[in-house]
Design a binder for this molecule. Structure first.
Ligand code: NAI
Length: 335
């Protein structure tokens, strides 16, 4: 009888064993905004990740149905669904990693900054929940504008006295994934062999691909540099042919980044990815650059390395816009 189904139970007639309690090994991961365009494929891919033992899916709509659907996948992670603010506490308690794609996405003609007013409030509320229920968790923030929402999260944590800069990352992985793909196309290589550092932030000119530092080592003509930089910075407008924003490639990128965080937590060595973090790499309080992920989160932040003239000019532009977006986030909490 489906009416017997309770989401915490997950099953009607389950024999009690260690699995139904989540098992002993593996990490506990919550996705906030799990019923959305990014949240659903992200939840599916996390259910397939062998490092995850418990997967909590939280949303203000449709969480039960999405949870039931995902829970039928015969992989190891135990899935539980949580609907609405009253269940936020249970969704967050005990989590090692919290991934946040909650909020509204861009519609045609909107900038990421236009999303600010709605998403800032959502991120604030969810971070207040993290303060109460899992202050030591790693937080991967996806909700846009990341250039402002990551500073908002930091301010909420600072106010509560729980801020650990090593644990908060704005997710810029989609810019890296796009850069690897577009550069591989130009070079005629397999994208899996290409590594493009993308620094700065996650919006327009703040997205700064460092094409002079591409691995494998290569060189580009000025035309290629102009084309690639513009395409990487505006990749978001290609997704859904401009009628929405990226969800599938974003879910892929989010899982790639979350998996790197989990491998770091497990103690794997040499996990280096780009992320938007509290940083002293520039004079700005937040900046995206290469970071090394380990047992405590961001364990090392790498300097930008040597930039060419084109990149130095791009960096100045990026910093100007980024400074304003960061300040906007900080003021939202301190006002
Ligand atoms: P969507 O609208 O399809 O999904 C958002 C989900 O968040 C919905 O299910 C909604 O019910 C839920 N939600 C709203 N308020 C909530 C609350 N208070 N608590 C929990 N859940 C809540 O949007 P989509 O396409 O999944 O995008 C989500 C966010 O990710 C947007 O802000 C978008 O701009 C951002 N994004 C970030 C990217 C990045 O590279 N960091 C790339 C693409 C999108």
């Amino acid at each position: 009888n489906p009416s017997n189904y309770t989401m915490e139970q997950g099953t009607v007639l389950g024999r009690i064993n260690c699995r139904s309690k989540g098992g002993a090994s593996g990490f506990k991961v919550a996705i906030l905004g799990a019923a959305g365009g990014i949240g659903q494929p992200l939840a599916m891919l996390m259910k397939m990740n062998p490092l995850v033992s418990v997967l909590h899916l939280y949303d203000v709509v449709n969480a039960p149905g999405v949870t039931a659907d995902i829970s039928h996948m015969d992989t190891g992670a135990v899935v539980r669904g949580f609907l609405g603010p009253r269940q936020l506490e249970n969704a967050l308690t005990g989590m090692d990693l919290v991934i946040i794609p909650a909020g509204v996405p861009r519609k045609p003609g909107m900038t990421r900054d236009d999303l600010f007013n709605i998403n800032a409030g959502i991120v604030k509320t969810l971070c207040e929940g993290i303060v109460e229920c899992c202050p030591g968790a790693i937080v991967n923030l996806i909700s846009n504008p990341v250039n402002s929402t990551a500073p908002i999260a930091a301010e909420v944590f600072k106010k509560a006295g729980t801020f650990d800069p090593k644990k908060l990352m704005g997710v810029t992985m989609l810019d890296v994934v796009r850069a690897n793909t577009f550069v591989a196309e130009v070079l005629g290589l397999d994208p899996r062999e290409v590594n493009v550092p993308v620094v700065g932030g996650h919006a327009g000119v703040t997205i700064l691909p460092l094409l002079s530092q591409v691995k494998p080592q290569c060189s580009f003509t000025p035309e290629e540099i102009g084309y690639l930089t513009a395409r990487i910075q505006n990749g978001g407008t290609e997704a859904k042919a401009g009628s929405g924003s990226a969800t599938l490639s974003m879910a892929y990128a989010a899982v790639k980044f979350a998996d790197a965080c989990l491998r770091g937590l497990r103690g794997d060595a040499g996990i280096v990815e780009c992320a938007f973090v509290a940083s002293q790499v520039t004079e700005l309080p937040f900046f995206a650059s290469k970071v090394r992920l380990g047992r405590t989160g961001v364990e090392e932040i790498y300097p930008l390395g040597s930039l060419n003239e084109y990149e130095r000019a791009g960096l100045e532009k990026a910093k100007k816009e980024l400074a304003a977006s960061i300040q906007k986030g900080v003021s939202f909490i301190r006002k």
